[in-house]
Write a protein that binds this ligand. Structure first.
Ligand code: HEM
Ligand code: NAG
Ligand code: NAG
Length: 530
């Protein structure tokens, strides 16, 4: 009698099963099978997209794939990407939750609004703070105006004035990092407990160093969470321990500010003489939390998070906002000042527009333009919008999960639990909406110059996605627009800038992206007042 060869029998059964599970099913039977694949291997394995992301080539590769294959493409066995208005409306219009990818934005071990997985707790948080970030509130805020006055006239402009003597030029990205940090932290904690990075060079460099050395490591936690945890268990740290240490130090720095602000509100705020010290965001969050606790009590969707760990949750929210708030604005200011520094006639036209303001920002009078007038300046608005289009500070994918049981994207029916995202890098490069999309052409946004029809303008505005859209859209978009316009107005009314060295200005590829090397050296000169 022949001996039974168990391994052969098992293998004989397993090989076809595996073939079915890993080849036939994903490639032919999965509902995703009909979606065009960005790479031939995408139906069978996530290796291609993992590799592209690891090499930091995601934005350009996905863009090329969308151009080739259309607005809905498959990136892996369980992942797709969309790139048209229908896709944006469906994925970001509600019902698609964020998922684990955003967990790295938890701080102190507790979530913040941005990292909240589900929409109900998310909106409960957002309600507490959206008012202080609304355009009407920001434009009318005497606190923000006073903070801006001090940051611009006591810190930024004197620094630039001293830089006019520096023949070799200055690294402007660092200046914008500092400016954006000072703006957002002043609004959060009040001027006294905010940063003063424009003046305090040592603390600034230490802080920014801690912040940016962590840059490439989220890849492992976000894209390979199980492998990262598994190896960590065996003492292999894909994310080095010093990254954790840097996080802890940044968290401690922020918590000090939160604690000091709470203390200030309890003790000395009542006697305060300077409104610049009002901690607008902290106040809103504290009163929102109190209301949530007293009105909803244990019925609140935040009972087990925000209300259970109030101190850590406040700090988690604040560190997220100062991170989201400074990095993106600084990148935008960097590209905007680069574009202006390359085009002297555009810079002159902008300056003429600024000088025509009834309250142009002058160092001698410390005046700030009226917010509405500033917002309505056509060239200023156009250059900011075109910078946000062409050099979106978050150009990369914003992943969501498809809802159960299924949804429809394009002509495809997609089951629940599939990762799906869009990226501003591609949305902003549709040649039918933005002709010659790689060109910086601010006249796209100047309606008295571009000759666009009403429909063309509408489409142009609908495809603008620098701040995302829907319920999880940027809460700071109005803050960013106002701050950027104030800074550019104050700087370019009084100074002229030229490029000395922009090697490395090319934008990196990934989620939040600044220049490849951090060198943009600008020469600063006094502008001659007309
Ligand atoms: C030019 C500047 C800015 C750009 C381009 C920008 C862009 C974005 C984008 C694209 C998102 C959605 C990201 C995603 O879902 O993955 C977002 C969300 C967010 N941004 Fe901004 N942002 C800017 C400035 C700011 C500022 C100044 C703040 C200050 C508070 C801020 C705070 C936030 C927060 C808290 C969220 C999460 C919102 C939510 O979960 O509902 N951002 N931003
Ligand atoms: C400023 O911010 C960028 C990221 O937006 C970072 O890469 C860079 O290192 C920072 N530059 C300095 C000089 O702090
Ligand atoms: C906060 O401001 C107070 C003055 O109101 C100051 O004494 C304290 O050192 C500040 N704390 C931080 C962390 O900035």
């Amino acid at each position: 009698m022949l001996p039974l060869n168990i391994p052969v029998i098992v293998a004989g059964a397993l090989v076809p099963l595996a073939f079915y599970k890993f080849v036939i099913s994903p490639a032919f039977l999965s509902p995703l099978a009909k979606v065009p694949s960005a790479h031939w291997s995408a139906p069978f394995s996530p290796l291609w997209i993992l590799w592209i992301r690891y090499r930091r080539r995601e934005n350009r590769e996905l863009h090329a794939a969308h151009l080739r294959l259309g607005p809905v493409i498959r990136l892996g066995p369980n992942e797709i990407s969309v790139n048209d208005l229908t896709g944006l409306r469906i994925v970001y219009g509600g019902g698609f939750e964020k998922g684990d990818w955003y967990s790295i934005f938890d701080n102190y071990g507790v979530p913040c609004m941005f990292s909240s997985w589900h929409s109900r707790p998310h909106s409960a948080r957002k309600r507490m703070m959206s008012n202080v970030y609304s355009k009407s509130m920001l434009h009318a805020s005497p606190v923000l105006a006073r903070q801006a006055e001090i940051i611009l006239y006591d810190r930024l402009l004197p620094f630039l004035a001293s830089s006019t003597f520096v023949e070799s030029g200055i690294d402007i990205h660092e200046t914008w990092n500092a400016t954006a940090m000072d703006f957002i932290t002043a609004y959060q904690f009040g001027l006294k407990n905010g940063s003063n990075f424009l003046r305090d060079v040592d603390n600034r460099q230490h802080w920014l160093h801690l912040y940016y050395i962590r840059k490439t490591y989220p890849y492992f936690t976000q894209e390979l969470p199980r492998l990262t945890r598994f190896l960590k268990f065996f003492g292999i740290h894909l994310v080095p321990l010093w990254v954790d240490r840097a996080n802890r130090e940044l968290e401690a720095w922020t918590k000090d500010r939160c604690d000091a602000t709470v203390e200030y509100l309890k003790t000395s705020a009542a006697d305060e003489k300077d409104i610049a010290n009002e901690p607008v965001v902290m106040k809103a969050l504290l009163s929102g939390m109190e209301k949530e606790g007293t009105i909803k009590g244990d019925d609140s969707v935040l009972t087990n998070t925000l209300l259970k760990y109030p101190e850590l949750s406040i700090s988690s929210e604040m560190i997220d906002q100062l991170a989201a708030g400074h990095e993106t604005s600084a990148i935008t200011l960097t590209y905007l000042s680069w574009e202006l520094s390359r085009d002297a006639s555009l810079q002159d036209a902008l300056r003429a527009e600024l000088h025509a303001l009834s309250l142009s920002p002058s160092e001698s009078t410390r005046s700030l333009p009226n917010s509405k007038d500033l917002d309505a300046l056509p060239i200023l608005h156009a250059v900011v919008m075109e910078t946000l289009r062409l050099h979106a500070a978050i150009p990369g994918g914003q992943p969501r999960m498809t809802p159960y049981p299924s949804c429809t994207l394009g002509s495809y029916s997609i089951p629940g639990g599939v990762r799906v995202g869009a990226q501003a890098h591609s949305v902003h490069r549709n040649p039918n909406i933005y002709p010659d999309p790689d060109k910086f052409d601010y006249t796209r946004w100047m309606d008295d110059q571009n000759g666009y029809s009403a429909e063309q303008k509408k489409e142009r505005d609908r495809w603008f996605w620098a701040f995302s859209s829907g319920g999880r859209m940027c809460i700071g978009s109005n803050f960013a627009m106002h701050e950027i316009k104030l800074v550019i107005a104050a700087v370019y009314t009084n100074f002229r800038t030229y490029v000395v060295d922009d090697e490395g200005i090319e934008q990196t590829d990934g989620y939040t992206c600044g220049p490849r090397s951090n060198r943009l050296i600008l020469k600063i000169e006094r502008a001659i007042t007309p």
